[in-house]
Design a protein around this ligand. Structure first.
Ligand SMILES: [Zn+2]
Length: 429
């Protein structure tokens, strides 16, 4: 009997700490990659052949690639490096196919440099223009055909205006419009985004609390009164489900969360959830309805919520500890370019929200899962991406230090030195 020969790996990294984030939280000392997939985590020597690219980690740490569950990449590319919550900045107009292409490619550079290997473009559709137009999806498909995408993209379609109104007839006709065919591991149009309301600082979150002018906000979905608008929101969610799509609902006020929650099902998610209540969190956990929220927006906006709704309401907003304790399927995300796409800064902000002091490896691991395995689950792709077990997509990043060994507040200074998407090196720092 001769030992069966192993086909050599395309890429091997070794000599460091590989945090696989598999079900057992396996930590390995190396990773072997072939045909874009992980073939071994640990014991990689036998996978090295004459043509294998071998990288010595020299003690550095490998994490699964970061998956930003809510990132307006095309808009980010058009504004880079200027976030919306920052000094006023004239945005590069995105009008032509060439504009769309360069914005997406610029966002690809930014993502690769940050270790981001997947993201969700939350809201591209026929009612919008510029960075949010339906044609952006076509450009993604073209870039994928040309092998130029450096991160995997999940798209939520939008049949109204971003941060604005939508109407049921437009939603229904939008659903019937085609999307370009593409390899779903790289460009997956999985769902729809619906704007239920606005945000508390603009007094557009729909809430039982009272703004300084006596108003309460309202649903953005078209209708003559609150009840009709809620019925139309429910009808949109039902139509999306009937089309086999998942639903992401932008909802910041607890009344709009309430209006959506009764109609959402497992696999759907709420976006932001600023004023979510403990009772709503329990229902979300029980029904498998997820939440994606942005810690660095929470820390930046809390004073504005206090101005709009008072200190007491602001203190209870973004209840990250309760979200985690309730067992809600939580993803963390940036909503870039509203704020930075840098996940290290968002995790530091999450630490601030949680009052985390010092080094808490378990908490850091939990939060990193919200940017990796949980985000893959939101994409409906947990079976093949998000962790680094054998068979999974070879999407990973190499960090100068082990994030589980530093305080969350110090994470932003941990360098991202290498990013690999689908077994291909897309960034080398
Ligand atoms: Zn957004």
């Amino acid at each position: 009997m001769t030992a069966q020969r192993i086909r050599p790996a395309d890429l091997v990294v070794h000599g460091g700490t590989v945090r696989t984030f598999d079900a057992e939280d396996t930590v390995a000392d190396g990773l072997a990659v072939r045909d874009g997939r992980v073939v071994a985590a640990g014991a990689v020597a036998g996978h090295i052949g004459p043509d294998t690219e071998v990288l010595d980690l020299a003690g550095r740490t490998v994490l699964p690639g970061i998956n930003d569950a809510h990132l307006h990449a095309t808009w980010l590319g058009a504004r880079w490096p200027h976030p919306l919550l920052g000094a006023p900045h004239e945005e590069t107009p995105v009008v032509t196919a060439g504009d769309r292409r360069s914005a997406i490619l610029r966002a690809g550079d930014v993502c690769a440099s940050l270790g981001i290997t997947s993201y969700t473009e939350p809201g591209l559709g026929p009612g919008e223009t510029g960075c949010f137009a339906a044609e952006v999806v076509d450009e993604y498909a073209a870039l994928h055909r040309e092998g130029l995408l450096r991160a995997r993209v999940t798209v939520l379609r939008l049949f109204g205006l971003l941060d604005g109104p939508s109407a049921l007839p437009d939603f229904a006709s939008g659903l019937a419009t085609p999307v370009p065919a593409a390899d779903p591991e790289w460009l997956a149009v999985t769902g729809v985004k619906i704007f239920a309301d606005g945000i508390p600082p603009m007094r557009t979150a729909w809430t039982h609390h009272c703004y300084a002018d006596g108003s309460h906000g309202a649903l953005l979905v078209d209708g003559p009164d609150d009840d009709t608008r809620a019925v139309n929101l429910a009808a949109m969610i039902t139509l999306a489900h009937e089309a086999g799509l998942v639903v992401g609902v932008h909802a910041t006020g607890e009344r709009s969360i309430e209006a959506a929650l009764g109609h959402l099902r497992e696999g759907d998610h709420l976006v932001h959830g600023d004023l979510v209540t403990p009772a709503q969190l329990r229902r979300m956990a029980g029904r498998g309805v997820g939440l994606t929220t942005q810690p660095a927006i929470a820390t930046a906006m809390r004073p504005m919520v206090a101005t709009a709704l008072g200190d007491e309401v602001a203190a209870k907003a973004w209840p990250l500890r309760q979200i985690l304790d309730a067992g809600v399927r939580l993803t963390l995300s940036s909503d870039a370019p509203v704020v930075t796409p840098d996940w290290r800064i968002h995790l530091a902000a999450a630490g601030e929200l949680l009052g985390a002091r010092g080094v808490t490896p378990e908490l850091t691991a939990r939060l990193l899962r919200c940017y990796t395995t949980e985000a893959a689950a939101q994409d409906g792709s947990a079976t093949w991406k998000g962790s680094l077990a054998p068979g999974m997509a070879a999407d990973f990043c190499v960090l100068a230090d082990d994030p589980l060994g530093v305080a969350l507040a110090d994470l932003p200074s941990v360098a991202v030195e290498l990013t690999v998407t689908g077994g291909r090196i897309v960034h080398k720092g």
